[in-house]
Structures are given as structure tokens and as C-alpha cells.
Design a protein around this ligand. Sequence first.
Ligand code: AMP
Ligand code: MN
Ligand code: MN
Ligand code: MN
Length: 292
Amino acid sequence: MGAHITGTRLRYDLHTHSLHSDGTLAPAELVAHAHAHGVDVLALTDHDVTDGLDEAASAAHACGMTLVSGVEVSVTWQNQTVHIVGLGIAAPHPELQAGLAALREFRVWRAQEIDRRLAKKRIHGALAGAERHAHGAILSRTHFARFLVEHGHARDMKHAFRAFLSRGNPGYVPGRWAPLADAVGWIRRAGGVAVIAHPARYRLSAGKLRRLLDEFCACGGEAIEVVAGNHGEQECRHFAALAQRHGLYASVGSDYHGPGQSRCEPGAVAALPPGCIPVWEAWADRRPAAAC
Ligand code: AMP
Ligand code: MN
Ligand code: MN
Ligand code: MN
């Protein structure tokens, strides 16, 4: 990647979604929207799929933005779902693609299982409804949540997750995602940097979080989202300190999913706290093919 994106005044957003996973904008629309919000360097990081990257890269090229090829890999770590973002991946890498394909296969089975479980609660047609929202892309719980809201089973998305789709609720199916070391390995061998996504979301105890970070570092993970769409100022400072303690680069991402779907617009996130080493410094001196 060229030196032109290593300046300090550029606006970065390194975690966003398109309709190839559970976002609502096409990749080109996402790029245009991010551009309109002043983003200079954008990563498209769809869940378990890289299909949107070519379109996003062309759109970014046309408007003078830098597009970082990304993905958000679903991981199961100690019976818990953890998301690992890969940045600067060579998307066609066969091992990465084989790993992602297996995760998508699990998604197909899980969607059928969610449908069966909701049917037991007299909610019928959930799979067909979710498929309508997914438009042929991967099936996410987000699509089921949209169906549940559309049919009046839930007031809003948050309620759909709280009442049906999160752990302990009738439509919940435990994840059987990738082992942490596998996901990090796929990302690294595809030339990318592995990043722990939205660390506050997991609500881990201090001890468990330390174990996650130790394991992540031991298998080659290099960065953590210090600034995330769901982090308050205090969380940013907390994860900045943890990043420094574990020798991790710091990343910045909104986790934008489309208009009306997310708390903040692309790029509308805080600056990295002082003392962090930005993740873009990790790729500044790596091979140029790491990003497009
Ligand atoms: P999945 O990977 O299919 O299990 O779906 C996870 C996705 O659901 C996340 O990436 C979020 O986009 C979305 N999600 C999870 N929890 C919530 C929530 N409480 N409210 C709205 N969206 C959520
Ligand atoms: Mn999502
Ligand atoms: Mn996530
Ligand atoms: Mn995400």
C-alpha cells in the first residue's frame, strides 16, 4: 500500500458491511456514502464473504478513495462467538476462501434450524422471510430480525435479538464457527492483518479478555479495534491501554450496516487515543498487494 494513506489527517473506517452480508447498501453505494461522509480509507468487511470487494474497489478507485480488502470472520472461542476482522487480505487466497465457504455452509444449516425453532413458537415462514431480506446473500441473524420486526413479532431489531435470537432465547442456535487460530491463520496467510472486532461486545471478564488476547497474539493476531461504533470514550481508552500492554496495533471501525441500521455514519468515530500504534502502520511497509 502506498505512502499516500499513511498520513495522520486521513479519515479511516476499517469495519463496514454491504448487502453481500447483513448490510443494506450495495458495495458501490456504501463507498459513495462513506465518501460523502469524508472517509478517505474504507475497509469493506462483510461477514464470512468477500464477494463485494471487487465492486467496492472499482467504486473507490473512481472517486479517489482507498479501499482496503477486508472480511469479518465468525469465530467460536470458549463457547462464545468472537469476530475477527481481516484487513488487507488477498481475497482469492484458496485457504481463506475454503475456510469462509465452510462458515457459509454452517450458516445455511443454522438458518434452517432457526426456522424450525421459531416454528415451534408458532412463528412460521421465518426462513423464507429472512431469505427475502438477504436477496441471495449469506443468511444472518440480522435477516431473521428484519423478518421478525416486519411481521410484528418484535418492536425493533434490538427487541428481535433480545426476545428471539440471542443466547437463551427460542430462536437461538449456538455458533459452530471457526477456531480462533484457524481464522487468524487464514487471514495471515492471505497477507492480511487480523483484528479483534468490537471487543466490548463480548462482555468478557478481565481475566478472560486477557486469555483471549494472549491466545490471539500467540497465533499471530496483530490488532484490536480500539475505536468501534459501540465504544464510548472510556472503552476507547481502556482498549487503547490493553492494545499497548499486548503490543497490538489499534484499529478504527464504525461497523456500519446501512442507513438507519447503525449508531453512527461511516467514519463518524472518535480518533485513536494518544499512544496507540494505528493498524495502517502495520501495512505501510508490507507488500503492496496486501490491499487494493
Ligand atoms: P450472525 O453472524 O448471523 O450470528 O449475526 C450477527 C449480526 O447480528 C451482527 O453482525 C450484528 O450485525 C447483528 N446483531 C447482533 N446483535 C444485535 C442487536 N442486539 N441488535 C441489532 N443487531 C444485532
Ligand atoms: Mn452484522
Ligand atoms: Mn461483528
Ligand atoms: Mn461487523
